[in-house]
Design a protein around this ligand. Structure first.
Ligand code: NAD
Length: 470
């Protein structure tokens, strides 16, 4: 029998084994994928020390050197894209194909190359007889990166590349559900980066808590749930850490009466069900005008029936399982509450015993106040809500503590833009939902977070402003 692979931490450019390990399981089959290292607080201290030591020289490298090394990291990822994609599928569950792990690796490469090339220019504020004033952007120090289980590699790239491009060094901690692909990626990064620039640790949630309180870390970039984000913010307060918090969403989509229901069904479906709904900026509440409500529901059901769900390693799977039991139970609980409250199941809605494959579920007849509408389900169940008055539906769409994304669907783009401008969220899409790209800043308002990632604005969050008078 083949021995299960034991993974290690990467600290100061070296592979560091740990005494204890924990099992990482494939959500499609329950089989053990590998044994993840369980870092201790002493391992965290060693990783922060290594990052601090590396910072002394890394922060002094030129922009051109850092650009070249970020491109080299991106090239490493693309050389090993298939290996890491398989690991993502095994531990996360998403399919290799479609909008799955190969797509995730493609995104990781695209983001890394784009961010590598961004400039951090010195801004001249004044240059006259009275003197010269310049605004510089200096690296912060050690950036602690804490990542979730839904897009493990892509989100780690969103944290790590801008941090090191700006001259910081990094300690990353992936989710205990999906640590292996990130640990492997960081091991590969260390084949091209100087020792200690990017360190990878893994372990229990308590290691994340210790990172947010650690006085050797200058900034935390955290992607995960709103409740954990609040804990990170409060434990970061003592050391006044800089923070970027990318938290949960409960994105509303608003469909106007002039749409072509069959034409928009694929966009609506993938807006809601990308990665099985386990995506921060997925469409999580769909408000549809009375005039087209029945047609939109029917078109969505017809489209959804064509999408195969199955083991991610199978070529034709386009959706995989829910990643873990806790999330599965949450989806099942919210759907059950929706049914109890009189929700009309249009498709799915029955949990499968002994498996993490939850069927694609569409439920009508609900409104705000129902938990499936109010809470972030983060799984394959979409409530479809009827409305008749546009001003009133904007109020309903905004009546939520989250504010990540939102969308408006209409043939009248100007009207859709007007309505979109009234949605309280960080990103608005017209006739699509969830599209992101490396040059457009992305972040949440209200309970969905603080700060942005991507583009110049995201890069600059990895810097401190220093103004120089001469
Ligand atoms: P989570 O909050 O449970 O875990 C995220 C990370 O935080 C993990 O690495 C975990 O180990 C760590 N952690 C747990 N307790 C901690 C603590 N006390 N202090 C510090 N770190 C701690 O989130 P999850 O379930 O892995 O991810 C799903 C959530 O992430 C959803 O709400 C989703 O919307 C959100 N998300 C947001 C974005 C975004 O960009 N806004 C992107 C992806 C996911």
């Amino acid at each position: 029998m083949q021995e299960t692979t034991r993974y290690s931490l990467t600290i100061g450019g070296k592979s560091v084994p740990t005494q204890d390990h924990f099992e990482v399981r494939n959500p499609s089959t329950g089989a053990v994928v590998g044994l993840a290292p369980k870092a201790t607080p002493a391992d965290l201290d060693a990783a922060v020390d290594a990052a601090q030591t590396a910072f002394a020289s890394w922060s002094k490298t030129s922009h051109d050197e850092r650009k070249a090394l970020c491109h080299a990291v991106a090239q490493k990822l693309s050389d090993h894209a298939e290996e890491i994609a398989r690991l993502i599928t095994l531990e996360q569950g998403k399919p290799l194909n479609g909008l799955g792990s190969r797509f995730e690796m493609g995104g990781a490469g695209a983001w890394a190359h784009y961010t590598a090339d961004l400039d951090i220019p010195v801004k001249v504020i004044q240059d006259n007889n009275e003197g010269r004033i310049e605004l510089h952007r200096r690296p912060i120090g050690v950036v602690g990166s804490i990542t979730p289980w839904n897009w493990p590699v892509l989100i780690a790239i969103w944290h790590i590349i801008p941090a090191i491009r700006a001259g910081n060094t990094v300690v990353n901690k992936p989710s205990p559900y999906t640590p292996l692909s990130t640990l492997r990626m960081i091991e590969l990064m260390n084949e091209v980066l100087p020792a200690g620039v990017v360190n990878g640790i893994a372990g229990e949630d308590s290691i994340g808590a210790a990172m947010s309180a650690h006085d050797g870390i200058g900034k935390i970039v955290f992607t995960g749930s709103a409740s954990t984000g609040r804990k990170v913010m409060s434990s970061a307060a003592n050391t006044l850490k800089r923070l970027t918090l990318e938290l949960g969403g409960n994105d509303a989509g608003v469909v106007l009466p002039d749409v072509d229901p069959r034409g928009i069904a694929p966009g609506l479906f993938w807006g809601g069900f990308i990665n099985n709904g386990q995506t921060c900026a997925a469409l999580k509440r769909l408000y549809v005008h009375d005039d087209v409500y029945d047609e939109v529901c029917a078109a969505l059901v017809d489209f959804a029936k064509t999408i195969p769900m199955g083991d991610g390693l199978k070529d034709d799977s386009q959706l995989g399982p829910v990643q873990n039991r806790m999330q599965y139970d949450k989806v099942a609980r919210l759907v059950e509450a929706a049914k109890q409250a009189g929700g009309k199941v249009l498709m799915g809605g029955e949990p499968q015993k002994g498996s993490l494959f939850y069927p694609v579920t569409l439920i009508g007849g609900l409104d705000n106040g129902n938990p499936l509408v109010d809470e972030e389900q983060f799984g394959p169940a979409l409530p479809i809500i009827r409305y008749s008055d546009i001003d009133e539906v904007i109020v309903r769409a905004n009546d939520n503590p989250n504010g990540l994304g939102g969308s408006v669907w209409s043939k009248n783009i100007d009207r859709a833009r007007e309505i979109g401008a009234q949605l309280q969220c960080g990103t608005v899409w017209i006739n699509k939902h969830g599209a992101i790209q490396p040059n457009a800043p992305f972040g949440g308002v209200k309970g969905s977070g603080i700060g942005v990632e991507f583009g110049e604005e995201g890069l600059f969050e990895n810097t401190n402003v220093q103004v120089m008078y001469s």
